[in-house]
Ligand binder design. Structure first.
Ligand code: NAP
Length: 273
């Protein structure tokens, strides 16, 4: 009898897989049976993770070294997404934070953050969406942040990049979602990873009651994916709060584009007829 080797899952491409949330996604997805393509700058760390995951799970793991702020590297990854029809899951996770006030940031810092958190995320989403749409099959997970909902948090540029990721995913779902193509945006709160040290904040200053372990965060995010959630906020106890927020936004929708300004601006005196 011939044995056909069937993969129930395609390959998953995870950006920012050398540490933190991305490395944890890689672990969980390997355990779910996905072959993996691990993307980040630190090839040695990726190789170390790949070796462990191959030994523990038997899946194929490839290391794809790329600096997503580098145009040539980003193009290389887009080409891979366009050409490799085995990829049916992309975790758009690589990202960085920028602490300190807006007045302290310099042009280069701002540009690098936007290149990584916005430009690379959008271009990879575009390459993945085209490939998935053509095959009517695929899942794109974008990692946002609750900071994108909280201008009050005073992390202006980082928060704005994460608000972009939320909008991007909601918009992609409206335009392309369904018919085999799935989108999810995950909004972590503070999570114990290297991001704090990398962006100049002492992790010992984090409130332990408001900071999640990365394992719990990723397990909850994947549970949200399995439930079919478009927006997953692992910390939020009552999903009705999110639904009410969306309902309030949509209540405004019919009034957001009109032929005349609202009366309170006094631009056009209503004429009695
Ligand atoms: N931790 C939190 O509290 C938290 C909360 C909300 C949202 N998030 C989001 O979660 C995502 C992952 O963050 P994390 O906490 O896991 O951070 P992390 O531990 O610092 O890991 C960041 C990952 O991104 C990769 N990366 C950074 N710059 C890159 C570049 N130029 N090109 C390619 N890869 C790059 C890093 O790998 P290399 O250095 O090897 O390139 C690393 O694998 C980010 O989008 C972050 O905004 C985190």
């Amino acid at each position: 009898m011939t044995q056909t080797h069937t993969h129930t899952h395609g390959a998953a491409l995870v950006t920012g897989a050398s540490a933190g949330i991305g490395a944890t996604y890689a672990d969980r997805l390997a355990k779910r049976g996905h072959d993996l393509i691990l993307v980040a700058r630190d090839a040695a760390r990726l190789e170390e993770l790949a070796t462990r995951l191959r030994a523990e799970t038997g899946v194929n793991v490839e290391v794809f070294r790329a600096d997503l702020t580098d145009p040539a590297d980003l193009t290389g990854l887009e080409d891979r997404l366009a050409q490799d029809s085995t990829i049916d899951l992309v975790v758009n996770n690589a990202g960085a934070a920028l602490f300190g006030g807006f007045l302290e940031h310099g042009p280069e810092q701002i540009e690098n953050l936007i290149r990584l958190n916005v430009v690379a995320v959008t271009r990879l989403a575009n390459a993945a969406a085209k490939a998935f749409n053509a095959r009517s099959r695929g899942t794109l997970i974008n990692v946002g942040s609750v900071v994108g909902l909280l201008p009050e948090y005073r992390s202006v540029v980082y928060g704005a990049t994460k608000a972009f990721v939320l909008y991007l995913t909601q918009g992609l779902n409206e335009e392309i979602g369904g018919a085999g193509v799935t989108f999810q945006v995950v909004l972590p709160g503070a999570t114990r990873t290297e991001i704090w040290e990398r962006s100049g904040r002492d992790p010992s200053t984090l409130d332990p009651d408001r900071t999640m372990d990365v394992d719990e965060l990723v397990d909850a995010a994947l549970a949200g994916l399995d439930k079919g959630e478009l927006v997953t906020i692992p910390s939020l106890p009552d999903p009705a709060d999110w639904d009410a927020f969306q309902a309030t936004r949509l209540k405004m929708a019919p009034n957001l584009s009109k032929a005349h300004p609202a009366v309170r601006y006094g631009v056009r005196v209503p004429v009695d007829t």
